[in-house]
Design a protein around this ligand. Structure first.
Ligand code: PGA
Length: 239
């Protein structure tokens, strides 16, 4: 399966940082799919400015409704309207800071699919759950509760304790969890073997070769190391 290397810029990026995307575009990556999810403010500038680069662009969240009285929200339809291809749903920071539930994440991902976007549905256990031996059960609940039953999706496994901390799960743990997720998806959807499973959490150039060679890892969702083209290109190179 062709790998997807996705960058989540989170609440980072001013207009001057488009220079990083320009550098990515110049590198003319061919070996994998490259996606950047910048803040909403930069999204139209990216889509218009780098239309011929082959880089794909997406949002970091969307509302479950197509339109309406939801101040401050952005709908999947709006993202599609400006030319986005993807949207991240249920990132752990949305689940944590905005109390998003599995049901809400699934509603958002379904809205994304209806609008013609590919949702990247994020799942992952917190440290206490891993230490209590509950990681597989928690992730199973999240996959069953937040991944839509039909439509093209990407699933990202991001152990919460590995996000932004410099810690990464071991190759054995990553392979075990990704194989577990693939099995759950197989019980949910006939197309499960074609669904890309990304790993996320402190992925960088130095650990990317090992992580990307784990069984059932079809790409990476990268936060901090996606902000600078040089760092992100190292990960792309490892794909
Ligand atoms: P990180 O973030 O690479 O900075 O750990 C990953 C993510 O939150 O998607």
């Amino acid at each position: 399966m062709r790998k997807l290397i996705a960058g989540n810029w989170k609440m980072n990026g001013l207009k001057r940082d488009l220079e990083e995307i320009a550098q990515l575009a110049e590198s003319n990556v061919q070996n994998c799919d490259v996606l950047i999810c910048p803040p909403f403010t930069l999204l139209p500038l990216c889509i218009e400015g780098f239309a011929t680069s082959g880089i794909k662009f997406g949002g970091q969240d969307c509302h479950a409704q197509a339109s309406g009285a939801f101040t401050g929200e952005i709908s999947a339809q709006m993202l599609k309207d400006i030319g986005a291809g993807y949207v991240i749903n249920g990132h752990s920071e949305r689940r944590h800071y905005h109390q998003e539930t599995n049901g809400q994440v699934r509603a958002k991902a379904e809205a994304a699919i209806s609008a013609g976007l590919i949702p990247i549905v994020c799942v992952g256990e917190v440290l206490a759950e891993r230490e209590a031996g509950q990681a597989q059960d928690i992730v199973e609940q999240q996959v069953r509760g937040s991944v839509p039953q039909a439509g093209e999706v990407v699933v990202a496994y991001e152990p919460v304790w590995a996000i932004g901390t410099g810690l990464t799960a071991s190759s054995d743990d990553i392979a075990a969890m990704h194989t577990h997720i693939r099995k759950i998806l197989k019980s949910m959807r006939p197309d499960a073997s074609a669904i890309r499973l990304l790993y996320g959490g402190s992925v960088k150039g130095t650990n990317a070769p090992e992580i990307l060679s784990c069984e059932n890892v079809n790409g990476a969702l990268v936060g901090g190391a996606s902000l600078k083209a040089k760092d992100f290109l190292e990960i792309i190179g490892a794909a």
